[in-house]
Design a protein around this ligand. Structure first.
Ligand SMILES: C[S@@+](CC[C@H](N)C(=O)[O-])C[C@H]1O[C@@H](n2cnc3c(N)ncnc32)[C@H](O)[C@@H]1O
Length: 255
């Protein structure tokens, strides 16, 4: 997928794509750091009860078949996909993203697919046991959500699981950061994007109508002076600094 430069940074250049992040090297670094931050907060790569699916075929070491399909929507730098593909070598992990940003060596059971989700997920009905989507708040307008939910449910097998994760924008920050944060939210809101979608995230699967047992889990972390976990705090602060640096030009666009 092509990119265009805004304020000397590359951003996605596909019709309909609202995602304002760049796709350059430092972004990959940030996504990689963010992956390990989120993993250490949740102590795992996923929360859905899918262990039975992931380990189903381990009992047949001589017949290593790639039977379990896992779709990672918006795979970004591939950190989550590579991590999970390495831990579970008998599952088939597909990473989907509008742009190819993978810099690490790919595990053999991982396949990258380049596609714009807003034009449809390029797989047949009932293909995947698990679909995982994370940090896409900035990429879908409120109108895009129902379409994406329908697409995900279409490619999920009956009995399959969908997991989505979003971050809150409710940081307890100082006035300067708050001003920046508000400017950014105002800018994206004009495009129909809700950066605080985590607050109402369950509404989209509920409204889709075909998903059952919808559960929501929330974890709070403290960063900065209130943190009592030095390592986690350092990761969280570094991630925030890189994120704010990436979003800076877009905040100015709202002035
Ligand atoms: C904030 S990153 C999240 C990456 C990944 N989910 C993670 O947790 O590390 C958003 C990613 O979504 C991709 N993206 C944005 N709009 C998209 C679209 N319409 N279809 C597919 N991918 C898209 C971007 O290329 C970027 O890699």
């Amino acid at each position: 997928m092509d990119s265009q430069n805004i304020d000397s940074r590359k951003v996605h250049n596909a019709e309909d794509v609202v995602y304002p992040q760049s796709n350059n090297e430092s972004d990959q670094e940030r996504l990689h750091l963010q992956h390990f931050l989120v993993k250490s907060i949740w102590q795992n790569n996923f929360s859905a009860p899918i262990n039975h699916i992931l380990t189903r075929h381990r009992v047949m070491p001589n017949k290593k078949r790639l039977l379990v399909g896992m779709l990672r929507v918006w795979c970004g730098s591939g950190s989550w996909s590579f991590d999970i593909a390495t831990i579970y070598p008998t599952i088939n992990v597909i990473g989907l993203d509008i742009s190819q940003q993978l810099t690490q060596t790919m595990p053999k059971n991982f396949t990258f697919v380049q596609a714009n989700v807003l034009k449809g997920i390029p797989f047949e009905n009932n293909t995947f046991d698990f679909v995982f989507q994370r940090f896409m708040a900035g990429g879908y307008t409120k109108d895009n959500w129902p379409y994406v939910m329908n697409e995900i449910v279409r490619v999920l097998k009956p009995g399959g699981f969908l997991e989505m994760m979003e971050a809150s924008q409710n940081y307890d920050v100082g006035p300067a950061t708050r001003r920046f944060w508000n400017a950014q939210s105002t800018f994206v809101k004009q495009q129909g994007i809700d950066l605080n979608v985590y607050q109402t995230l369950e509404i989209y699967p509920q409204n889709q109508g075909q998903l059952e047992n919808i559960k929501k889990e929330v974890k709070q972390i403290r960063q900065g002076v209130n943190s009592n976990d030095i390592q986690l705090n350092e990761m969280a602060i570094n991630n925030l600094i890189l994120l704010i640096a990436r979003m800076k030009p877009f905040a100015f666009m709202s002035d």
